[in-house]
Design a protein around this ligand. Sequence first.
Ligand code: NAD
Length: 424
Amino acid sequence: MTQTTTAAPESAFETAQAQLRKVAEILELDAGMIGVLAHPKRELTVHFPVRMDDGSTRIFTGYRVQHNDARGPLKGGLRYSSRVTLDEIRALAMWMTWKCAVVNLPYGGAKGGVVVDPRLLSDGELERLTRRYTTEMAIVIGPERDIPAPDMGTDARVMAWMMDTFSMHHGFSIPGVVTGKPVDIGGSQGRFEATGRGALYITQEACHLRGLSLQGATGAVQGFGNVGGVVARMLAQAGAKVVAVSDSRGVVYRDTGLDVESLYSKRLAGGFLDRTDLGPGHREISNAELLELPVDILIPAALEGQITEQNASRIRAGMIVEAANGPVTAGADAILAERDIYLVPDILANAGGVVVSYFEWVQDMQSFFWDETEVNQRLQRIMTKAFSEVSAVAQSRGLRLREAAYVVALKRVMEATRLRGLYP
Ligand code: NAD
């Protein structure tokens, strides 16, 4: 029997570390500063019991990683997924630090996760799990300390349970402990669409810079959840021809363009695409094929590690906008750079969610709420400013947008670290 050895796939934290090292070299950082930036400040792992509907008790594992709070309270989503690992949460926490800094929010970065497939739990089980996880995390979260938000597998309902649980412990309502809540209990107008809307604003800026008109441009979007569903719909509304969208069950493709509005309005529970009555011209292709379509704009909006060293040389999109976190591995990034494929990095492209989370937190702290037009206008201002700052650095230093975004973010985090000094 012949033995073949294949390199282990690059983990999300390895991708995050490689990205940091590359920019540390560009900025000629000293080892002490790299050490500070490369390590999470605090990590909490909990194993906690939940009473299941059949009377049994199941133990779940949850994490909260707080990467860096030099610029302010920590901020980052909470992910429910059976694939969650501490390593993945570390990467996501680090990306939150850079993301908040690149759009200049007064926040540091954190992330949380529970190893669970939420689709396999009843509503009651999910609520008990969320309340117990929140209680376990109560020693590290809070409106001035660390403010969770929805991510994959969690939503406004989960945030409502977290807010209620935290408030019960304190004896009064504390809406600012989480963002992405329902509007009726202190959520912000426009928060649900914010990540997708922000990604659209960034795509518009990138197209403008590249001399590409969105009107008639072809697009493919991987993932049809909170982010992918919204961005696909907004792309189509902006006049783009979206030829493919997908979920974890596969891809819906039509080379003449999809009716995204109809697909969006007919989404099934769990955000799945409704594949009944698609009409003529539609074809099922694989998720791997979606990534390799010859489109103007490819938007990965599902998982990390989708474009790797294995498929990077086959990508035919003219532009990639990373709406998901970490969809391109560091190895793949180098191949895309060599091939001169224009790429807008995650920490810039999907920052719209945390920007409107910040607005929600500000509104909660002031108990004074804005209408959706105001939210969207402020979001657009922040996203376009961030894009122009990053692309100016890219042009002046001859960098790609990813490195330029890291340069902008790292400089801000380092300046805060320098000003605060090293304690004690
Ligand atoms: P979600 O759970 O709402 O949606 C995920 C989508 O991806 C679903 O349609 C799912 O079916 C699909 N999917 C899962 N596995 C897939 C696969 N193998 N191939 C194709 N599709 C697959 O999650 P979301 O909130 O939309 O998050 C998506 C990405 O965006 C994640 O990387 C997340 O970290 C990132 N993100 C989310 C927000 C936010 O505000 N929700 C903000 C910033 C970044």
